[in-house]
Design a protein around this ligand. Structure first.
Ligand code: CP
Ligand code: NVA
Length: 338
């Protein structure tokens, strides 16, 4: 089955494009990727193979750990007929014995696309600069763009649209998830609220950029410390871990103190309303079934963190639909750009 057979989807040429942050993509391009993902998901469910990429290969570089992103790239690539090479945090020379610039030129000679998960955004930007094949950001400290497509698709599947949807992000809004959700919402004509302590508001410069996107799209950007007002009538309540990969253990105590008022609880979901859904990029600390969860419990006496187990396991929680959509949307990114 060839990809041009999709019905109702406007064709768009994104071949060769990098996917580093949604700042680089227009609303129309993002919508195209969502439409493509929806079509690929539908075909997969129906058992229709879409594997026109036989003979192509992608490199998957992970300088931080992953379950969803790695599996999504691998399953998507294999569905598409492509080969994959996984480079784990210790399994490559990158940055240690070989510069990003040299790595990019080496890999671009062998592969048809490169996924990179790591630390600073400047590293993935550098990789893209020197690579003649598309580079996809699988998460940096600043952005997590492939996660955004999965989140938007999940919202669209649930509400039938993304425009006009009110999404409230609670927790550390200065990091990859807060930044990326603000960009995605502002671009797509959604109403984004960062509901957290002022210390955790996104960077002022990025807020201003997103306010610009929102003026164009009909969306809004709101920053508030007030949980009652911030989460009132929200369609989507979103949170993420309070301490991200690569951050030192010493910050836990401060984060728990500062962000506990912004935990997603039943009260928050009730304030948002019955129709609201709960999303989380995962992994989540909602019980004591993890090593870190247990350590935190022993040290601070809390059995959940950013979200209660009650909300996580509730009907309103769509986190596993969201996780599945990582694969369909990553497949769309590769299908559009390779
Ligand atoms: N949401 C997400 O990126 O999950 P992983 O860290 O497991 O890839
Ligand atoms: N903010 C989290 C997101 C994980 C998908 C982290 O960077 O660890």
């Amino acid at each position: 089955m060839h990809m041009t057979e999709g019905k109702g989807r406007k064709e768009m040429d994104l071949k060769g494009r990098d996917f580093l942050t949604l700042k680089d993509y227009t609303k129309e391009e993002i919508t195209y990727l969502l439409d493509l993902a929806e079509e690929l998901k539908d075909k997969k469910k129906k058992g229709i193979q879409v594997d026109d990429w036989r003979g192509k290969n992608v490199a998957l570089i992970f300088e931080k750990t992953s379950t969803r992103t790695r599996c999504s790239f691998e399953v998507a690539a294999h569905d598409m007929g492509m080969g994959t090479t996984y480079l784990d945090p210790s399994g490559s020379q990158i940055g240690k014995k070989e510069s990003i610039e040299d790595t990019a030129r080496v890999l671009a000679g062998m592969f048809d696309g490169i996924e990179y998960r790591g630390y600073g955004q400047e590293i993935v930007e550098e990789l893209a600069k020197y690579s003649k094949v598309p580079v996809w950001n699988g998460l940096t400290n600043e952005y997590h763009p492939t996660q955004m497509l999965a989140d938007l698709l999940t919202i669209r599947e649930h509400f039938g649209r993304v425009e006009g949807i009110k999404l409230v992000y609670m927790g550390d809004a200065r990091y990859n998830m807060g930044n990326s959700l603000m960009i995605a919402c502002a671009k797509m004509g959604m109403h984004f609220t960062a509901c957290t302590s002022e210390k955790y508001f996104p960077d002022r410069e990025l807020v201003e950029i997103c306010e610009g996107y929102a003026r164009e799209s009909g969306g809004t950007v709101t920053l508030t410390e007030d949980v009652g007002a911030g989460t009132k009538d929200a369609d989507v309540i979103y949170t993420d871990v309070w301490v991200s990969m690569g951050e030192p253990d010493e910050v836990w105590e401060e984060r728990i103190r500062d962000l506990t008022p912004y935990k997603v609880t039943k009260k928050v979901m009730e304030n948002a309303g019955e129709k609201a859904i709960f999303l989380h990029c995962l992994p989540a600390f909602h019980d004591l079934k993890t090593k870190i969860g247990k350590e935190i419990y022993e040290k601070y006496g809390i059995s959940d963190m950013e979200v209660t187990d009650e909300v996580f396991e509730s009907e309103q929680s769509k986190v596993f639909d969201e996780a599945e959509n990582r694969m369909h949307t990553i497949k769309a990114v590769m299908a559009a750009t390779v």
